[in-house]
Design a protein around this ligand. Structure first.
Ligand code: MCN
Ligand code: FES
Ligand code: FES
Length: 909
């Protein structure tokens, strides 16, 4: 132990610490400066950046022995305050640069050090700086961050005033389509937005800390679990195994009726078997996290190892044993039957192409690792706070397994540092629930980044064989598809994912005749959880790359082939229904000049390219809003003395549920003459807010948006007097009229039968068309994406900052999916870097976004969803561009340099 004086944000602080303690821990745990976030804890993400003696440091890897006595340290709290934000913080809000906000303090601190050194940087210097200081963002695609720094510099140089840049509300105006700033932005940019780990440091003193005993193999029988030694360790309160779980110890995966299992194969704590690496076997509960950690290795688990099936083909081998005894490894089957038998059509078609495709186990890589806590409230209810983006669904999935009546289980969403879909599945909720229920004490569990990466769900790989037939003019006649989904050992949400193959392979083209078969397979690799795009990126990859192969065979331009076949009046989707709107021709017309320019640009660059080859590619992006069928959402609106309160469970990953609720609610209430700041939001706490469904399937803007619109409409009707004016709160009370009104919206849709999938499953869709330009280094095999031009149609744009942000962020993840991201090797792919997370220099600064806003008949004020569209197809456009550049057709992702090189070699040989 030693003491040091540190000048933190200008104030002298005496710090007592050990040499090994990290600066991040001292700032957070001892000085309670919770604005400094810890994401990776390994110096890879920059979330913990602070300025020490004028230099940006990543405080999670700075040991206290290296912090000089009297060091001057600036954290986010020292940059600006809510009352007086710094110009960088203002610029961050203006550009919507804080989505989830987890990376935000680190970026702002880093930008401050840059601008202290260079008040007039170029965009490239800003990008170099963030690359060098390893500031990573998973939400924004980086461009808005560079825009923010450039404007911050202008503000600081006095060239513009804040008032010239910031969105100004004019009395009575609509907020729809504006760049209004989201209500949570100020907290996020000042470091006051409290994530789960921050709240964890503010829990009562008697909180127990949980550490997990996890499986170190992928498939085994459990012979015995001995906790006796661990229980004697200092500070250990209890070690819990499956024997202690009050309920059935099973999570309900909500399987479809045709699933060959019961959907309850996932244990809360492993009992008979280990199904995948990292499965939770026991929970050590202790007074401190380090005491719990020290006891983990003392739990003795005796196992009998079984063959591990790490991919669908292995698990489908006829010699493979059943992973869940009694249920076949191929446990769900579906298909698509549209139009006439395809075989004779294919036999006589002028052009036929076919190929195999694979989109793999993309890891979500949010910067905030999974975290939560639980306790029993005064009503004797179990309350769980977590990153859940499906509060009511998760309660229904875990209540019986934990052993608590559903009405006595309440889940609350903490401010969340990104999920990208992994939190569509319950992760640690049931573990927390069991621990709180058994001990009756508050309990806390936070993963480190290793656990986040190795033990949360991943994108489910699709193996697709696809065949398309066209007539002599390139008009599509028929399609035959076969897809196999590797869903890991747990089925939850895997059945509807498998249906996506029927719904999205070949989508956006009028294909009159389709036959397809799909299946879902249990394996011992990571369990499949929803990932932004949810089956569409896998499905669209196959059809969008095969369209290019078809164009080549016909000798047609890929743009023109697509243009010929896209939905027009009279077209039908792969599920045989009318598209929600016809907008693709207009979008293609808007994209055409970008496409032509890209062609010229790469031609020009190739003249002097040398070892570098340049190419461009196109793809359609497409996804639906909703979970299919009669999906619904609820919200309420209540008059209060100063305005209106809106309540909903529109969970926020970081996408902007706050501004979505506010903008739609305000629009509906505008006749009242209310201002946006008179609307109070109560969100994401099952004790107060209704079932709005999960924030998945890009559904909330449509479903919860409609529910909000209806609730506000009912309130408005109740407030209206016969003379057309509106009652005040006081008048409502005096007349004893109800103050709160519920809104519920159900999609007028239906699922098809699983064999044919012919139906109208979704009320709204989102469309995009993208041109990608790439550089291929033919010596190293490395691919760089140089430019992206995206035309999208998400209906009426509710908030422009949010939608732009969704597009930039999703495109960046698409670059990752195309070139680097993977979680195949469970020993190797265990850090953000090893998993291939894109850094700022991996994403081009040159991204153009254009919109067509075709109003959706079913969407609130004509809006569709937005969140998942941008990840549906960039990987296909990039792969098409690689082929255009150098003749290498990558059909199995990611297109890592070695794959490109071996393709080049094959061409040469
Ligand atoms: N929106 C809009 N105008 C439209 C459509 C949408 O302004 N025409 C806004 C909405 O108000 C909302 C956002 O765009 O703020 C996304 O809306 P929507 O597509 O309805 O999606 P959800 O709100 O249901 O959010 C979930 C969606 C999904 S499924 C994933 S996964 C996802 C995503 O959004 N994960 C994200 N975006 C993410 N963004 C961040 N930063 N982090 C994640 O983890
Ligand atoms: Fe410190 Fe990631 S670099 S938390
Ligand atoms: Fe950057 Fe979410 S805003 S990680």
């Amino acid at each position: 132990m030693f003491n040091k004086i540190l000048f933190v944000n200008g104030i002298a602080r005496t710090v007592i610490s050990t040499p090994k303690a990290t600066l991040a821990d001292v700032l957070r745990n001892q000085l309670h400066l919770l604005g400094t976030k810890v994401g990776c804890g390994k110096g890879e993400c920059g979330a913990c950046s602070v300025i020490m003696d004028g230099k940006v440091v990543r405080s999670c890897i700075v040991r206290m022995k290296r912090v000089p006595d009297e060091a001057k340290i600036t954290t986010i709290e020292g940059i600006g305050t809510e009352q007086k934000p710094h110009p960088i913080q203002v610029a961050w809000m203006i550009h919507g640069a804080a989505q989830c906000g987890f990376c935000t303090p680190g970026f702002i601190v880093s930008a401050k050090a840059l601008l202290d050194e260079n008040i007039n940087p170029t965009r490239e210097e800003v990008r170099d700086w963030f690359q060098r200081h390893r500031n990573i963002c998973r939400c924004t695609g980086y461009k808005p961050l560079v825009d923010a720094v450039m404007d911050a510099a202008r503000l600081m140089r006095g060239e513009v005033k804040k008032e010239d840049l910031i969105f100004k509300f004019k009395e009575g105006q609509s907020l729809i389509g504006t760049r209004a700033i989201r209500p949570t932005a100020l907290d996020k940019v000042t470091g006051n937005w409290r994530f789960g780990a921050d709240l964890g440091l503010e829990l009562p003193e008697n909180t127990l800390h949980i550490k997990l005993v996890q499986a170190k193999v992928s498939h085994a029988n459990i012979l015995s679990i001995d906790t006796s030694e661990a229980e004697k360790m200092p500070g250990v309160y209890k070690v819990l195994t499956y024997r202690d779980v009050p309920g059935s110890n099973r999570i309900n995966g909500l399987a479809l009726p045709s699933n060959k299992g019961d959907g309850k194969e996932r244990p809360i704590l492993a009992d008979k078997k280990i199904f995948q690496f990292g499965d939770a076997i026991a929970m050590v509960l202790a007074d401190t996290p380090s005491q719990a950690e020290a006891a983990v290795d003392k739990v003795k688990v005796e196992i009998e190892e079984l063959p591990a099936y790490m991919s669908a083909p292995e698990a489908m081998d006829e010699d493979a044993i059943e992973i869940h005894p009694g249920t076949p490894n191929v446990f769900f089957e579906t298909g698509v039957v549209k139009g006439k038998d395809t075989k004779p059509i294919m036999d006589s078609a002028a052009y036929v192409v076919e190929d195999d495709f694979y989109v793999g186990r993309q890891p979500h890589l949010p910067l905030e690792p999974d975290v939560g806590f639980a306790y029993i409230n005064e009503k004797d209810q179990l309350v769980i706070h977590s990153k859940s983006v499906g509060l009511h669904a998760h309660a229904a999935m875990i209540a019986e397994g934990v052993g608590v009546p559903l009405d006595d289980l309440k889940i609350v969403q903490n401010p969340t540092g990104g999920t990208f879909g992994y939190k569509f599945s319950p992760t640690i909720e049931a573990l927390l629930g069991v621990a709180a229920l058994v001990t009756k004490k508050p309990v806390y569990l936070g993963f480190n980044m290793y656990q986040q990466i190795t033990y949360t769900g991943k994108r489910s790989p699709f193996f697709i064989h696809l065949k398309m037939g066209a007539d002599k003019n390139g008009k599509l006649l028929a399609m035959e598809s076969d897809w196999t989904v590797d869903h890991g050992p747990y089925c939850e949400f895997g059945d509807i994912l498998t249906l996506r193959g029927a719904q999205f392979i070949g989508a956006c083209y009028n294909i009159p005749n389709i036959r397809g078969k799909g299946r879902e397979v249990a394996t011992n690799h990571a369990w499949g959880s929803a990932f932004r795009g949810y089956g569409s990126p896998q499905s669209m990859f196959a059809s969008e790359v095969l369209m290019d192969e078809l164009a080549e065979k016909i000798g047609m331009d890929p743009f023109e082939l697509r243009y010929k076949n896209i939905y027009r009046e009279g077209s039908t989707t792969p599920t045989g229904c009318k598209p929600d709107v016809i907008c693709l021709p207009q979008m293609f017309d808007k994209l055409r000049p970008y496409y032509e320019k890209a062609k010229k640009d790469v031609e020009e660059k190739n003249k002097n390219g040398g070892n570098k080859k340049y190419g461009m590619g196109i793809a359609i992006l497409h996804y639906s809003s909703g979970l299919s069928g009669a999906d619904s959402s609820e919200a309420w609106a209540e008059i209060n003395p100063t305005g209106v309160t809106i309540g909903d469970s529109w969970e926020d990953h970081g996408q902007g549920a706050d501004i979505g609720t506010l903008t739609i609610g305000y629009e509906a209430l505008r006749p009242l003459g209310i201002r946006p700041d008179q609307i109070k939001l109560v969100m994401n706490d099952m004790q107060k807010t209704p079932n709005s469904g999960a924030a998945g399937g890009s559904r909330s803007n449509v479903y919860t948006g409609n529910a909000i619109r209806l609730a506000c409409g009912k309130l408005l009707k109740a407030l209206r007097k016969s003379d057309g004016t509106y009652r005040t709160y006081e008048e409502m009370v005096a007349e004893k009229l109800p103050l709160r009104y519920d809104g519920k919206w159900t999609a007028p849709c239906a699922d098809g039968d699983v064999e044919t999938n012919q139906a109208n499953p979704f009320p709204c869709y989102m469309y995009g068309t993208l041109v990608a330009e790439v550089e291929v280094d033919t010596v190293s095999g490395k691919v760089k994406v140089e430019k992206l031009d995206l035309v999208s149609d998400v209906g009426t744009i509710i908030n422009r900052l949010v939608v732009d942000g969704q597009m930039y962020g999703g495109l960046a993840q698409g670059i990752g999916l195309a070139l680097s991201e993977d979680f195949e090797d469970i020993k190797k792919h265990v850090t953000l870097t090893a998993c291939g997370i894109p850094q700022i220099k991996d994403v081009p600064d040159d991204i153009e976004l254009e919109y067509v806003e075709t109003p959706r008949p079913q969407g609130p004020y004509g809006a569709s969803g937005a969140g998942e569209l941008p990840l549906a197809g960039p990987h296909a456009a990039i792969v098409n561009a690689i082929y255009n550049a150098c003749g290498v057709r990558v059909t199995k992702l990611p297109a890592r340099p070695e794959k490109v090189l071996s393709g080049l070699k094959a061409i040469k040989d």
